[in-house]
Design a protein around this ligand. Structure first.
Ligand code: FAD
Ligand code: UDP
Length: 367
């Protein structure tokens, strides 16, 4: 009945559906959630676009991906510059000359470099083996203690000395006065929200919501020649090699009717270990909003178990090895395409998801 059954109306599934439909194919898109757009789902409440699954800032260095998304949205000029709150002291993020001045009073890049080198030397780290050592060798012990250790240990639920170093490497460190959290050339927030992007992609395509693939697998599989699966790969194979671990999040949303500006910034990170949440998002600031009230979200890291919403894959050695076993099982299945963050067990930014969906399309149609 359909050329493709697409499991998941998130970004990967929707780009695939849009491109396949453009090429004359018929698609049925299903999602177990009661809305489209997966984790990039936004909803307008009190005239403010709310990022329901955490702050989403679109950023990319890839001109083609930037041009591609422009057909679905107009972006504003938002630049992400979070503030860190450590026990009431405020610091600029990512780590840059503003942070170094606020912490140490240093005024030149050389003074900042000397300070970091001195702290790194005293810690005696030669070859960093984990996140703690990596962080200290990049920015020294003061920044590690105040801005990294507490946040990281809350976020991941384990000691920074047990975490892989690569997690921290995605944060820029600059010896210029520049608070831009990303190094990419292109950045912004879609003015009409992310859901509107996915709505446009899925326009005219049949979508069935509140439909769990595994509950109806037998019937659904018969409906299409091929399946594009964007759910959890371990679940697809019935957890045959064990469960892939995730870290979860809980979002506590609050509307402040009488406060038009709660924290003066879209994102404030709470980097001490005592505050149970990692950050507070004030959504209107993503869009330079001037509404009379404000909508804020506290983000609490949480343990994950099967059935909970999976957020961050735990890409340690054990889980990656398990994933490779599933990947090997997926390879010979010629009528199932696995894509997106859950089927590849990777933290992927939106631009990477779009890129990967477009590559999948090219492979499917051009070869
Ligand atoms: P998803 O959006 O998760 O879509 C998968 C879909 O499949 C879901 O809708 C799900 O309900 C559905 N599904 C799963 N299993 C089944 C099933 N059995 N049956 C039916 N449907 C099923 N990226 C950025 O570029 N910038 C950011 O600032 C940014 N911030 C982030 C902040 C947080 C807190 C998190 C967690 C992620 C962030 N991301 C950000 C990453 C971004 O969310 C992802 O790149 C994107 O959502 C991944 O799209 P996807 O289609 O792969 O997955
Ligand atoms: N991080 C930190 N302090 C901060 C912000 C980030 O220590 O104030 C560390 C933390 O380990 C986090 C990693 O940097 O997991 C990556 O941060 P990023 O903001 O990219 O991740 P997000 O939490 O937005 O997914």
């Amino acid at each position: 009945m359909y050329d493709y059954l697409i499991v998941g109306a998130g970004l990967f599934g929707s780009v695939f559906a849009y491109e396949a439909t453009k090429r004359g194919k018929t698609c049925l898109v299903i999602d177990k959630a009661d809305h489209i757009a997966g984790h990039i789902y936004t909803e307008k409440i009190q005239d403010i676009q709310i990022h329901k699954y955490g702050a989403h800032i679109f950023h990319t260095n890839n001109q083609k991906i930037w041009d591609y998304v422009q057909q679905f949205a107009e972006f504003n000029h938002y630049i992400n510059s979070p503030i860190a709150n450590y026990r009431g002291e405020l610091y600029s993020l990512p780590f840059n000359m503003n942070t170094f001045y606020q912490l140490w009073g240093v005024k030149t890049p050389q003074e900042a470099k000397n300070k970091i080198k001195d702290q790194r030397d005293r810690a005696g780290i030669v070859e960093p083996k984990n996140l703690e050592e990596q962080a200290i060798s990049l920015v020294g012990t003061d920044i590690y203690e105040k801005l990294i250790k507490g946040y990281t240990e809350k976020q991941w639920g384990r000691s920074a000395s047990e975490l892989p170093a690569f997690i921290i490497r995605r944060l820029p460190i600059r010896f210029t006065f520049d608070n831009n959290y990303f190094n990419d050339r292109f950045q912004g927030i879609p003015i009409e929200g992310y859901t509107s992007i996915v709505e446009k992609m899925l326009d005219g395509i049949e979508v069935r919501l509140s439909t769990d693939y595994f509950e109806h697998k037998h019937t659904l599989d018969k409906l299409a020649d091929k399946i594009v699966f964007t759910g959890m790969i371990d679940q697809y194979f019935n957890y045959e090699h064990g469960i892939l671990d995730y870290r979860s999040l809980r979002f506590d949303h609050e509307y402040l009717a009488d406060i038009d500006n709660f924290q003066g910034n879209a994102v404030v990170n709470y980097t001490d270990i005592e505050t149970p949440f990692t950050r507070i998002i004030e959504h209107k600031h993503f869009a330079f909003g001037t509404q009379p009230g404000s909508y804020i979200t506290r983000e609490y890291p949480a343990e994950w178990k099967v059935g909970d919403e999976p957020y961050y894959p735990i890409n340690d050695k054990e889980n990656n090895e398990k994933y490779n076993l599933y990947k090997a099982m997926a390879k010979p299945l010629k009528n199932v395409i696995f894509g997106g963050r859950l089927a590849t067990y990777k933290y992927l930014d939106m631009h990477q998801v779009i890129n990967s969906a477009l590559q999948t399309i090219r492979k499917e149609f051009d070869s």
